[in-house]
Ligand binder design. Structure first.
Ligand code: ADP
Ligand code: MG
Length: 256
């Protein structure tokens, strides 16, 4: 029998509305340790709302959310969760922080701002920059980097805090196709090498479906599809019914 994996995130019958309009309705799904979940759905389908609920920034009207087995209302270990928000790039040329400084913010979040960085902090920051391929550019100003490089720094910042679950909200918006491809490969590497559990919100189902093991189709409701053994008709239907277009990719085809 397969080993039972630790449940990292569990939603049961979660609903939320802004005013009277439901944004999320009766959503139930779970994420296990080591999962790489791709979350897809059209604009306004509730993806960011769902993430805000999971991060405790919004409170569900109905239903329950558990993080690492604990009810979200009692959960305190927020440093186990990393978050890269939408639009995390686009700094101007004069933005003062260097790559190293930006990545070190991930450790301050863990250690507290008043604290000095310890040797362990430095090691974790350097490792994170190394993993994303930005260690050589550690003294470069953030504003002088390309969009793709800025994203890598944001990943490093989140990764330096050594989270067990990392949530990324449309991290590749405004980044060219080549950088996107590299970026998804990097995430896959973090998932496989370090066992990092990932939830990635993306528009690019063609790319995402090649990297993830679960596909969450969001359209106020959520359906979860295990695609670790390939994509079947129901999964494709999920993609289509969320209004996504399946565009063949240069890097290969979506498995049928
Ligand atoms: P997505 O991330 O999938 O694009 P969102 O979760 O941002 O979708 O939004 C879901 C729905 O909730 C949309 O109809 C959006 O207009 C609405 N919405 C989002 N944020 C707010 C808000 N702060 N106040 C009112 N309505 C909102
Ligand atoms: Mg959004």
């Amino acid at each position: 029998m397969a080993k039972i994996k630790e449940t990292i995130l569990e939603l049961k019958h979660v609903s939320f509305s802004y005013g009277t309009v439901p944004a999320i309705d009766n959503v139930t799904f779970s994420v296990e340790k080591g999962d790489f979940v791709g979350m897809i759905g059209p604009n306004g389908s509730g993806k960011t709302t769902l993430v805000k609920l999971v991060l405790g920034l919004l409170k569900p009207e109905n239903g329950t959310i558990k993080l690492f087995g604990k009810d979200i209302n009692e959960f305190k270990d927020w440093n186990r969760i990393g978050y890269v928000p939408q639009k995390a790039t686009g700094f101007d040329q004069n933005f003062p922080a260097t790559v190293f400084e930006a990545a070190s913010m991930g450790r301050f979040a863990k250690a507290g701002l008043a604290k000095q960085l310890s040797k362990a902090d430095y090691t974790a920051i350097e490792k994170a920059l190394e993993v994303v391929g930005m260690l050589k550019l550690r003294e470069r100003r953030i504003g002088e980097l390309s969009g793709g490089q800025q994203q890598r720094v944001f990943i490093a910042r989140a990764f330096a805090a050594e989270p067990e679950l990392l949530i990324l909200d449309e991290p590749t918006v405004g980044v060219d196709a080549e950088a996107q491809h590299e970026f998804y490969s990097l995430l896959k590497q973090l998932n496989e090498k370090f066992g990092l559990t990932l939830i990635l919100i993306s528009h690019d189902i063609g790319m995402v479906s090649k990297k993830v093991n679960k596909l969450a189709c969001v359209n106020i409701a959520v359906t979860m599809h295990d695609i670790s053994k390939g994509i079947n008709k129901a999964d494709l239907h999920c993609a289509y019914s969320t209004g996504m277009e399946l565009v063949p990719h240069h890097h290969g085809q979506v498995p049928a």
